[in-house]
Design a protein around this ligand. Structure first.
Ligand SMILES: Nc1ncnc2c1ncn2[C@@H]1O[C@H](COP(=O)(O)OP(=O)(O)O)[C@@H](O)[C@H]1O
Ligand SMILES: [Mg+2]
Length: 312
């Protein structure tokens, strides 16, 4: 709610919206929208607070569910935006900013963007939809007005600005902001960073400034990150499956990150919904995919699930 009001105050492009605070408010406001429409909860819901409603019946059941359990919850009602999603992040010291390469997260559990939302089942960097022209728009219409707006409102912010964007016909609109990097976008972006990240973060943290004379080097080649999850995720899942790392060979430009594992009696066990992130960099997305999926195949455990279409 705060972010949407902020965007409104500073003319940052985003979906048309209303704020409601009760079931009756909600049911009357939705009359101004066409379907599908989007309802977002104000309180943190671990990635499960956004509802895309196709008809009035679905709105009523969301209203029932939310206001049956919570009173006084603020909700956003939003116009449904069409297009392709992409993530655009910058390091920022409140005045200057340094962009990271763009990326695209694959949010849905099933291939072809179907099924419930997850924390992210894979990512690629860069996002093909983020052409030079679109990046320029993201800077001019989103990032720069955000930094200026924060300053004007007396908010000192240094850190990361993450803009979740919807891109349609080369125009950008903001879905959400985060004040952190994204998971799994980070894995596909930072593996492309050739400069020591501490050279960027240390002055930012210690002195609140970006060193603008630092020439940050990025690997020009694309990367693909595949998330290996435990069967059942994002719903209920078991923990404790053993992962066999014996077939894993060290290979240039391929990384295996632990996301939800534990070490017990010398064995590596699954200990979360999203378990491993396999990242590969290569000259083309197709080759990066091939490399990443080769590793995925050598690491599969009995209850492992993953999407086969990351970066396709
Ligand atoms: N206005 C909108 N139009 C279309 N899709 C939306 C809209 N808002 C959210 N979504 C979809 O819902 C997902 C989650 O919404 P988001 O605002 O990113 O919340 P969070 O990540 O905090 O759950 C988005 O990645 C997008 O796929
Ligand atoms: Mg999101």
């Amino acid at each position: 709610v705060w972010a949407k009001d902020f965007m409104f105050r500073h003319g940052i492009p985003t979906a048309k919206f209303n704020i409601v605070e009760s079931k009756s408010d909600l049911l009357s406001v939705v009359k101004e929208y066409s379907f599908p429409l989007v309802i977002k909860m104000e309180s943190l819901q671990g990635g499960k607070g956004v509802f895309i409603c196709e008809n009035k019946k679905e709105v009523e059941s969301v209203a029932e569910k939310i206001y049956g359990e919570l009173s006084g919850e603020k909700l956003l009602v939003e116009e449904f935006l069409k297009g392709v999603e992409a993530s655009y992040m910058v390091f920022c010291d409140g005045k200057n900013y340094v962009p990271l390469p763009s990326s695209k997260d694959h949010k849905k559990i099933y291939e072809g963007e179907k099924g419930p939302n997850t924390g992210g089942m894979g990512a690629i960097s860069p996002a093909p939809v983020m052409t030079d022209k679109v990046i320029e728009k993201a800077k001019k219409k989103v990032i720069e007005p955000v930094i200026k707006g924060l300053r004007e409102e007396g908010i000192e912010y240094n850190g990361i600005i993450y803009a979740g964007l919807m891109v349609e016909n080369e125009s950008v609109r903001v879905l959400e902001f985060n004040v952190r990097l994204g998971d799994p976008e980070t894995q596909s972006i930072l593996t492309r960073l050739e400069t020591d990240i501490l050279d960027i973060l240390y002055p930012l943290g210690k002195e609140g400034r970006l060193s603008m004379d630092l020439d940050i080097k990025w690997d020009n080649r694309p990367s693909v990150c595949v998330v290996m999850a435990q069967y059942g995720y994002p719903g209920k899942y078991e923990k404790g499956s053993q992962i066999d790392f014996s077939k894993l060979k060290k290979e240039k430009d391929v990384y295996v990150f632990h996301a939800g594992t534990s070490l017990k009696d010398g064995k590596i066990l699954t200990n979360g919904g999203r378990v491993l992130n396999i990242v590969a960099i290569s000259d083309t997305i197709t080759n990066a995919r091939k490399k990443a999926y080769e590793k995925v195949d050598s690491l599969k455990w009995e209850k492992a699930v993953f999407r086969k279409d990351i970066g396709l």
